[in-house]
Design a protein around this ligand. Sequence first.
Ligand code: ASP
Ligand code: MG
Length: 405
Amino acid sequence: MSLIVQKYGGSSVANAERLMNVAGRIKAAKEAGNDIVVVVSAQGDTTDHLMDMAMEINSNPSKRELDMLLSTGEQISIALLAMAIEALGLPVISLTGQQVGIKTSNLHTNARIEAIDGSRIRKELDGGKIVIVAGFQGMDDNDDITTLGRGGSDTTAVALAAALNADMCEIYTDVDGVYTADPRLVPEARKLADISYDEMLEMASLGAKVLHNRSVELAKNFNVPLVVKCSFNSNDGTYVREESIVEKMVIKGVAHDVDIARIAVIGVADKPGMAHKLFKALADQGINVDIILQSIGRGGTKDISFTVSKSNLKQAVDIIKGLLDELGATDVKYAEDIAKISVVGAGMANNPGIASLMFEALAEEGINIEMISTSEIKISCLIPKEDIERAVKAVHKKFRLDSVA
Ligand code: ASP
Ligand code: MG
């Protein structure tokens, strides 16, 4: 008997009909002889609506109360899904993050899972039940409800799969896998049969919004095999696992992200410790920084530019404003009309010329590159947002991703 953790996203449980469809899939998996733990997100746009409700009352609510509110979306879905499964005549129980002992840090709205006590789930499984768990939520050491950051239900699913030593973690969504590029921008994009954790990590954090990037990190650390599938059909999905069995493609895909902003800190004192001061202040508030560019010092000062996700922009700028004196800096500026395009592939390390091919594609389209960053398995360029669609199409074509078998 296998233990399978399934996760269904908001669109897969958006209404009664879809919930019944999901219940049918769970029933089939259970009747095939598996133990089943299911993690669900809030229905459809529920979390956005809850956020709007909060903003109508108070534009700057405390994050503790925000978590109290946001976590309710998942509580609705687990109860409804359990009822749908009851209607099919199977034993089932729904449980909140607190009830299954998901312990998190106390960084409200962006908490990290620190430990999971799987005993309640094991007890229910041993009793023959299908267990439905609320995604995206946990409890900190004050017994306060926390949430894991938008899209966090994937992370709940992978963390449970790791804690329970599950045989497979199946992530059901409204797309049927991971593609070589966003199929809405590039109709020729192909579905990948396999992708490694590292490649998926880059694709996820670079804006291929199929999986929450922290979930991929966890899957890699605990070696949890994942498969991303569509809940509306029975197509093969994309496996995310350590070794790709197929020969490594040099480039796996083109990711893009328009949800970013660039911050420039102007006139920072050109002496040791300034970058540390700046980025530590941001890190302490849980703000992730991406591409960083520092100008050459001139006249005792330098400029430091970097990108953050749009949702962190206001908070980051406020933090930096409070630090200007300490940094000896004169100003902080920001821009939101930028986007990032990246090529990703583990085979890149052994193949020279990938960067120049990417730059060639952009040059042929007359697209200006504002910042560049590279790692062993990816190359990212910051470009004007208005050019992103053309850029993704051109780069996808340049690397012949539409035709590689
Ligand atoms: N409901 C939460 C959100 O919309 C968590 C999730 O969907 O994974 O962000
Ligand atoms: Mg959601």
